[in-house]
Design a protein around this ligand. Structure first.
Ligand code: CA
Length: 228
């Protein structure tokens, strides 16, 4: 289900938005303060659109927008503003918002804007380029998610990076040194064993039988090979 985050400190407005998003078929994630919104987004990296109120108790919505945008270029951002001054719109655009809805707004107007943003960020036909599909596995490189036979596999950032490297190099034996430098960076000075530890964890999550791996196979004295 497509996820939308709604950041609004006024509970009446927030629940009104949530109900209408749910009616339109979205999963709604709520936050009542800026920091809470940033935390929710970290927990839910697959949120496609964030709706941000501007007047908030802890920081203003523009600051929240700036921080979200610094970490996430893909997410769609709609500012919710009670003010209609041009200044707000300029500030919002400067901080990376995609759209505005001025209070008071109709539920139909807001969901129409959310729909439009989802269409734009997934871009008809472009969406397929973001999917790596091999065997039962589908990786969405835009949302950083992996599914196996339609079920979400929860991966750490490092596990995800290893999987992506594998799925971009199917059937190729990858030296452990290459996995280390491409996932941890060239300057990483840690032990190669960290690769093995992560592969072991990854196998538990993605193999049918982790003791007899068939997707990630070991190439003795060399590295690992992916095949699905
Ligand atoms: Ca407010």
């Amino acid at each position: 289900m497509k996820k939308v985050l709604i950041l609004e400190d006024e509970e009446n407005i927030r629940s009104f938005v949530v109900i209408n998003l749910q009616r339109a078929g979205y999963a709604a994630i709520e936050a009542g303060a800026g920091q809470e919104a940033l935390d929710r987004l970290r927990e839910n990296p697959d949120v496609g659109v964030a709706i941000l109120d501007i007047m908030l108790p802890d920081m203003d919505g523009f600051e929240v927008c700036r921080r979200i945008r610094a970490a996430n270029k893909q997410i769609g951002i709609i500012m919710l503003t009670a003010r209609t001054q041009e200044m707000d719109k300029v500030t919002g655009l400067m901080t990376g918002a995609d759209d505005y809805v001025t209070k008071p707004f109709s539920p139909a107007e807001l969901t129409a804007r959310v729909d439009a943003l989802f269409r734009r960020i997934s871009g008809d036909g472009m969406a397929f380029q973001d999917l790596l599909q091999q065997g039962p596995f589908v990786m969405d490189t835009r949302n950083h998610t992996l599914e196996k036979a339609g079920n979400r596999v929860r991966l750490t950032q490092v596990e995800y990076a290893i999987m992506k490297l594998f799925m971009q190099n199917p059937g190729r034996a990858l030296p452990r040194e290459n996995i280390l430098s491409s996932v941890w960076g060239r300057d990483y000075e840690g032990d190669l064993k960290i690769v093995d530890v992560n592969i072991r964890r990854l196998r538990i999550k993605i193999e049918d039988d982790a003791t007899n791996p068939t997707y990630i196979t070991t190439v003795w004295g060399f590295g690992y090979k992916w095949g699905a």
